[in-house]
Design a protein around this ligand. Structure first.
Ligand SMILES: Nc1ncnc2c1ncn2[C@@H]1O[C@H](COP(=O)(O)OP(=O)(O)OP(=O)(O)O)[C@@H](O)[C@H]1O
Ligand SMILES: [Zn+2]
Length: 725
């Protein structure tokens, strides 16, 4: 090949042709460095017939500079990148970037240097060095990472190296990973589990794309069951990817994996250290043999990595909305995982106790094979669910836990059992206002109230992360001691529990408190050792955990998720409540669930109370069918934003004004987005509702492609959106 077509990592440039110098081999998928003006850019060699580029004559082509010493991206992955870019109307280069993960890893393996405390403790220390000594206990990382961890400058740390307080450690980036042992600690499966596992194992052995929906009630042992498929893949020398919706769940998973297979799996997520990232990426590219990566557990970003030989994908808690990415490339990792499995000719298992309606529909249509685990493992019973009508059982003023729930908690405390209270709202109170003048605290960058966090004594915006201290006086009327907290967040519920049961040991579980693997591990250990009586938490505690002595679950406000008119509000409420209810009574003692609501008659609440899952899915399916909503019709959103309100509005109007008039597609808007100001940008939305048959992406591209906008305007397309704000 004399000429090579490169997909380059720059959305504006897209695709460029280069010359291949004599004697150099460039395979398709090779990762290459090429000149661009005075700079160097990274590119991937691509099939020229699949990408359009400007027709530059041979004589004008510049030669590539270097082919990087890593295996080329396989055709399967190149097709996946194309599919994702096409389906989600995203730039190819933005999708391809997710496959590379670590730029440093591309440069080869070898070693890198990290630093750790030497243990020398001098008598006198500057305050900065003392702070660093405290913060860096047990840590080992690059100077830059340590500086971030300790909130000191890199200069301070270099000084500490000079003073013998920190020492350099050489880290081998190609150090082999210890192999997992598929037979290490294999459980005896129940008959249902065995049957399910056999199906998975057969599919792994057959090297065939087979999508499974593992629909098993909470506590049925879905993990143990799909571990059999993992074992089969390991035996066959194939790689396995396990996707989890949140990093918070990884801790639990790592432990169970290690118990079962003798070693921990390889992790991939955004909080890895640079050296861990490089080592993991290189092992992933290498394959399962010889100390390479056998099993990778990760968040959605692990999906696009260049696995040498992927033989199985598992998406656990597959119903979770956090598989949908709402920034950058707006893709749904659950759906793209199925496409990846198809290209790789591998089975995929979507595991959930509350599958998404879309997944149920695909199973119904025979596209997914549904495997059911209808009973809990070991004879445990599903919990008894009761409704607590807040209109009849009104909590005392300033309280949120109704008396019958208090009584049940009391009984648990007396019996030495655990309770869990669930409220999906971080912070102390969702709204703070001035008693004197009525001033409401609002984020200056977003259309959102500031949420009081007593834990950190700040007012925080949950959309942009803006924080400010709680002021002594009202900024509007200057009155002192006049701020009132309105409504509850989990911190307030934890306070209430502490007031009612002063002796109870309460654990508050939110993303504010569970922000490190250590914090999560500590919580799990405490809960298992019964050093916690009452857990108060957000959706973080609704799934994955297994505490045998937890016998009571209280849902503080089941109506919360139903507000706001979200398309999936009912489904999400159903899933959250069913999942959190599923934490109760997983051991020998039976579990009980109390759901506080003001709308006991709402179909989703009634279905939960009756334990009638089918009724819920049937009703929801009909409602979606009537509305032309997914999976029966399709949605896409166009979000237009700018720091200048008029500019954003005019751009949105220009888009609305050129909307195609088609029989199978309806365009709504533009209208100001519910979050009309976000991070200082004014936002307008158009919503497209299309029949399944419509060529949605093609139409949207043809529609938006010719339009030109001022520089400050950003236009995003969100295909199959989950967020409607
Ligand atoms: N065959 C088995 N042998 C021994 N223990 C098992 C077996 N199957 C399941 N268990 C145990 O039962 C408990 C529940 O299993 P697991 O957590 O996998 O359920 P799950 O279906 O993933 O539940 P959820 O959806 O609620 O998270 C775990 O403690 C697990 O170790
Ligand atoms: Zn904000």
């Amino acid at each position: 090949m004399l000429r090579v077509r490169l997909l380059v990592f720059n959305a504006a440039l897209g695709v460029l042709d280069y010359r291949v110098p004599e004697g150099v081999q460039v395979e398709l998928g090779a990762i290459v460095i090429a000149p661009l003006g005075p700079r160097q850019i990274l590119g991937i060699a691509w099939e020229p017939e699949r990408l359009e580029a400007q027709d530059v004559p041979e004589s004008k082509l510049r030669p590539i500079l270097e082919v990087l010493p890593v295996p080329p991206l396989k055709a399967e992955l190149r097709r996946l990148i194309e599919w994702t870019a096409d389906y989600y109307c995203a730039p190819l280069s933005a999708v391809a970037r997710m496959a590379l993960g670590s730029m440093a890893a591309l440069r080869g393996g070898g070693t890198t240097t990290e630093y750790r405390l030497t243990g020398v403790e001098p008598k006198r220390l500057t305050p900065q060095r003392a702070a660093a000594m405290d913060a860096l206990h047990g840590e080992q990382a690059s100077i830059r990472e340590l500086a971030e961890l300790a909130s000191v400058s890199e200069g301070v740390l270099r000084g500490m190296v000079g003073a013998g307080l920190l020492e350099a450690i050489t880290v081998d980036l190609d150090k082999p990973y210890p192999p997992a042992n598929p037979q290490h600690n294999a459980p005896t499966l129940s008959e249902d589990q065995r049957k399910a596992a056999d199906r998975f194992v057969d599919a792994v052995k057959a090297n065939q794309f087979t999508p499974f929906l593992l629909d098993g009630v909470t506590g049925s042992g879905k993990t143990e069951t799909y571990f059999e498929a993992v074992a089969a893949a390991i035996e066959d020398g194939k790689q396995v990817l396990v996707l989890l919706p949140e990093i918070a769940l990884t801790e639990n998973f790592l432990r169970r994996f290690e118990e079962r297979f003798g070693v921990a799996p390889i992790q991939w997520h955004s909080s890895l250290k640079a050296s861990e990232r490089r080592r993991a990426w290189r092992a992933i590219v290498k394959g399962a043999a010889n100390g390479g990566a056998q099993v990778i557990v990760g968040a959605r970003s692990a999906l696009f990595l260049p696995y040498a030989h992927l033989g199985l994908i598992i998406v656990d808690e597959a119903h979770e909305v956090s598989f949908k990415q709402d920034e950058g490339v707006r893709y749904n990792a659950r759906d793209v995982a199925v496409i990846r499995a198809r290209y790789e000719k591998a089975p995929i298992i979507l595991a959930s106790a509350t599958p998404a309606l879309e997944s149920m529909q695909l199973a119904e249509a025979g596209i997914y094979t549904k495997i059911e685990l209808p009973a809990r493992f070991g004879g445990a019973q599903l919990p008894d669910i009761q409704i607590l009508d807040l209109r009849k059982d009104v909590p005392d003023k300033g309280r949120w836990i109704a008396k019958p729930l208090v009584a049940q908690m009391q009984a648990r405390l007396e019996r030495g059992e655990q309770s869990l209270l669930f409220l999906n709202r971080r912070g102390y109170a969702p709204l703070t206002l001035c008693r004197n003048c009525g001033h409401r605290f609002q984020c200056s960058h977003c259309t959102a109230w500031l949420v009081e966090h007593r834990f950190s004594q700040r007012l925080a915006c949950h959309h942009c992360g803006h924080e400010e201290p709680v002021p002594d006086a009202c900024p509007e009327c200057s009155a002192k001691d006049c701020l009132v907290a309105c409504g509850p967040g989990v911190e307030r519920i934890a306070d209430e529990v502490a007031e009612i049961f002063p002796e109870a040991r309460v654990a508050l579980i939110t993303s504010d408190t569970m922000n490190s693997p250590e914090a999560i591990a500590e919580f799990v250990a405490k809960a298992e050792n019964k050093a916690i009586d009452v857990i108060v938490g957000t959706q973080l505690v609704t799934k994955g955990y297994h505490f045998p002595d937890l016998t009571l679950v209280g849902v503080i406000d089941a109506d919360l998720g139903l507000e706001g008119g979200d398309l999936r509000a009912a489904e999400r409420t159903y899933q959250q409540v069913a999942q959190v209810a599923g934490r109760a009574g997983r051991g020998e003692k039976p579990g009980e669930v109390l759901i506080q609501t003001r709308h006991p008659e709402a179909p989703v609440i009634a279905a939960l109370a009756a334990g009638d899952r089918d009724a819920f899915y049937d009703a929801e399916t009909e409602a979606r069918r009537d509305a032309g909503a997914p999976p029966f019709g399709r949605w896409a959103a166009i979000i237009v934003s700018s720091e200048d309100m008029a500019e954003a509005r005019d751009a949105a109007r220009a888009i609305g004004g050129t909307a195609p008039d088609l029989p199978d597609m309806l365009v709504l808007g533009p209208a100001p987005a519910p979050l009309s100001l976000l991070r200082g940008r004014h936002r307008f939305r158009l919503l497209i509702n299309a029949r399944r048959s419509a060529q949605l992406q093609k139409i949207v591209r043809a529609w938006l492609g010719p339009l030109d906008f001022p520089k400050g305007v950003r236009v995003h397309v969100d295909v199959d959106p989950y967020s409607f704000v």
